[in-house]
Design a protein around this ligand. Structure first.
Ligand code: ADP
Length: 650
């Protein structure tokens, strides 16, 4: 009995929107149609287990096929099917209110519209000029029906022949969407969205090599594209390490083995399962490349999980599956949803619990992994106060010797020897073991411990530590001469007289090579005979300013400033003593006359100064260059001169 009718009341609005505005996302129609088929099949399975189904459920594989000549893409299932009344109820009567407003607001967001209206099925019109539903209900004595609609608000429905129970959705693909008639495209989409659906989905046949034909030929066996029981749906107790690793390889075929993983499984107050992996990250680029995949009942939804997973954990890999996350709504709605907030808190807690137990159960192993997981943990501590509070008991600090300490352990270690006269605990650190070698050594000789803070986030961590740790300061080992790094009593003044200080300073100043964007302040200190004659330091404050400027574009001002270095002369060293004697011999007191006064003003007194002509003094130049060399500051012409001079000196 053929029937004609109109689909719902506001569908006039739906089709143009579906066709026009959802263009960018339109590949998700396949996800919607295939998951409908899977739903119908699962419902049938449930009926069968309840004993309500007459006869056998049989093979429930959902089949996807392309017919290029006919220009159709078909999804067939052997699920519950629909009666004519059901089509009318579920397909024709798409009753919704406030449709126009909603469409207006979300016209860019296909997921939102589809989710809001339960328009899963209608998304097929994004790519089709006509869609047919050929279906036969599981109920005894049902008649098969064929529904057909060409994208106008009109549809037709009539009885038809269909031997088997279930539904075929036949999509007559639009001329401008011919892509979706390519096997490779369909395969790609099935692989993206349907890889873990709970009912087998077949696309084409498995092929095998034929010796006679000398080519790959299709076999009779369906090529099932999905894994119906993916790892996260199984019980952790039934899984071995190798299973987790294998699943990881399946998700990210090109990546290194993960460091460890966390199996998530909650059913109250929301449902959520999943497996999160801590990946081995080699470069920044790796971090961006692989992402956590979000599923809803094993249907892939998205790999942008911001808002659902705490931000710092978006760097992890793996899968989250939850039927309770309102997936098809807009991002801003998601962020305000209280369930979603709870999920985020839960995941964060689960991750810190797991890390904590790794730490307590096998500290050695945890230490071995630390360098790789540090970036995640540090990022978490920096961005999430709650996570900081949990992680501070197992987060580690590493010293330049490669030893690891918890924050508390380290504090105890350095408390006695590294507290300054004002009661501040001074944490010494190096950012590069090679570059800062001599300073590290000097500090160690003094019995100090030096941390290695060479990670990307370490400058930010230092800032955080100084806020969180009471009366504590972080200082890079080369930020001052060793005696002033941790000032334990008021420093003894350099024994040199002011005049000698000036003479010495001028002798060195006059021999400093020009280095682009670097300025030196010359200072003298009695550092003991065994200390180096010349030491270069850069104040912690200045260096941090410049480091920050590099990271933040708004602070270019600091970045353009020259590096201010201190050139500290050790007045106890015999070579410096010799330079002083030489310089004293050539030093002359001079007076610089004041400029001519303006009318009616008195002429000012001349300023007194000392002139020290010690140009091209080999010892001075050599000492400066050696200090520069130690700091990687000797380059180009200056380095060349140094080499020549050194050869001459030999
Ligand atoms: P949703 O799946 O969100 O309910 P859809 O528009 O995708 O929205 O589908 C509407 C209804 O049509 C479904 O709830 C289901 O009852 C019915 N339906 C769709 N596809 C099938 C199918 N392949 N087999 C049986 N029923 C189906």
């Amino acid at each position: 009995m053929a029937q004609k009718g109109n689909i719902g009341v506001t569908t006039e609005n739906i089709f143009p929107v579906i066709k026009k505005f959802l263009y960018s996302d339109h590949e998700i129609f396949l996800r919607e149609i295939v998951s409908n088929a899977v739903d119908a099949s699962q419902k049938l399975r449930t009926l069968a287990t309840k004993g309500e189904l007459q006869g056998e459920a049989g093979d429930l594989t959902v089949k996807v096929s392309v017919n290029k000549e006919a220009g159709t893409l078909t999804v067939s299932d052997r699920g519950i099917g629909m009666t004519e009344e059901e089509i009318d109820k579920y397909i024709n009567q798409i009753a919704f209110s406030g449709a126009n407003d909603f469409l207006d607001k979300y016209k860019e967001d296909a997921n939102a519209i589809i989710g809001h209206f339960g328009l899963g099925f209608y998304s097929s019109f994004m790519v089709s000029k006509k869609v047919e539903i050929i279906t036969k209900s599981w109920r005894e004595g049902s008649k098969a029906v064929k529904w057909s609609c060409d994208g106008s608000p009109e549809f037709s429905i009539e009885e038809c022949d269909k031997a088997d129970r279930g539904t075929d959705i036949v999509m007559y693909i639009d001329d401008d969407c011919k892509d979706f008639l390519e096997s490779s495209k369909i395969k790609e989409l099935l692989n993206k969205y349907c890889k873990f659906l709970a009912i087998p989905v077949a696309f084409g046949k498995k092929s095998k090599w034929d010796d006679k034909e000398k080519k790959m030929v299709d076999t009779d066996e369906d090529d099932v594209i999905n894994d119906t029981t993916p790892l996260w749906t199984k019980k952790p107790a039934d899984l071995k390490d190798e299973d987790y690793k294998e699943f990881y390889r399946k998700l990210y075929p090109m990546s290194d083995e993960p460091l460890f993983w966390i199996h998530l499984n909650v059913d109250y107050p929301f449902n959520l399962t999943g497996v999160l992996y801590f990946p081995k990250v080699k470069t920044n680029f790796d971090i961006q490349k692989n992402k956590i995949q979000l599923y809803c009942n094993q249907v892939f939804v998205t790999d942008s999980v911001e808002g659902i997973v705490p931000e710092f954990l978006t760097l992890l890999h793996g899968v989250i599956d939850s039927p309770d996350i309102p997936l098809n709504v807009s991002r801003s709605y998601l962020q305000s949803d209280s369930n979603v907030k709870k999920i985020s808190t839960y995941i964060s807690k689960k991750v810190s619990d797991r890390l904590k137990s790794l730490f307590t159960q096998d500290r050695k192993d945890f230490e071995q992994k630390w360098d790789d997981i540090k970036i995640f943990i540090n990022y978490g501590m920096l961005s999430d106060e709650g996570f900081y509070d949990k992680a501070k008991s197992f987060a580690l600090l590493k010293d330049t010797e490669g030893k690891y300490f918890t924050y508390d352990e380290y504090q105890t270690l350095i408390k006695d020897n590294q507290t300054d006269k004002d009661g501040n605990l001074i944490y010494l650190y190096a950012q590069d073991k090679q570059d800062q070698y001599s300073y590290i050594e000097a500090a160690q000789k003094k019995g100090y411990s030096v941390l290695l803070l060479d990670g990307q986030l370490d400058p930010a961590m230092v800032g955080m530590f100084e806020q969180k740790f009471e009366k504590s300061r972080f200082t890079r080992v080369d930020s001052d001469i060793i005696d002033r790094l941790i000032v334990k009593e008021d420093v003894k003044k350099s024994e040199l007289a002011e005049r000698d200080k000036t003479i010495l300073s001028k002798a060195f100043q006059g021999n400093l090579p020009k280095i682009d964007k670097t300025e030196f302040m010359v200072d003298s200190q009695a550092l003991g005979e065994t200390a180096a004659p010349v030491i270069i330091t850069q104040s912690e404050y200045m260096r941090r300013m410049k480091d920050m400027a590099r990271l933040q574009p708004g602070m270019a001002f600091y970045g353009d400033m020259p590096d201010m270095m201190n050139l500290v002369l050790n007045t106890d060293h015999p070579l410096i003593k010799k330079v002083l004697t030489d310089a004293q011999a050539v030093a002359v007191d001079i007076e610089i006359p004041a400029p001519e006064p303006k009318e009616g003003e008195k002429k000012a007194e001349p300023t007194k100064d000392i002139k020290v002509e010690l140009k091209d003094n080999k010892i001075v130049s050599q000492l400066i260059d050696l200090a520069l060399l130690q700091n990687g500051l000797l380059r180009g012409e200056a380095l060349n001169k140094f080499v020549q001079r050194s050869v001459e000196l030999i």
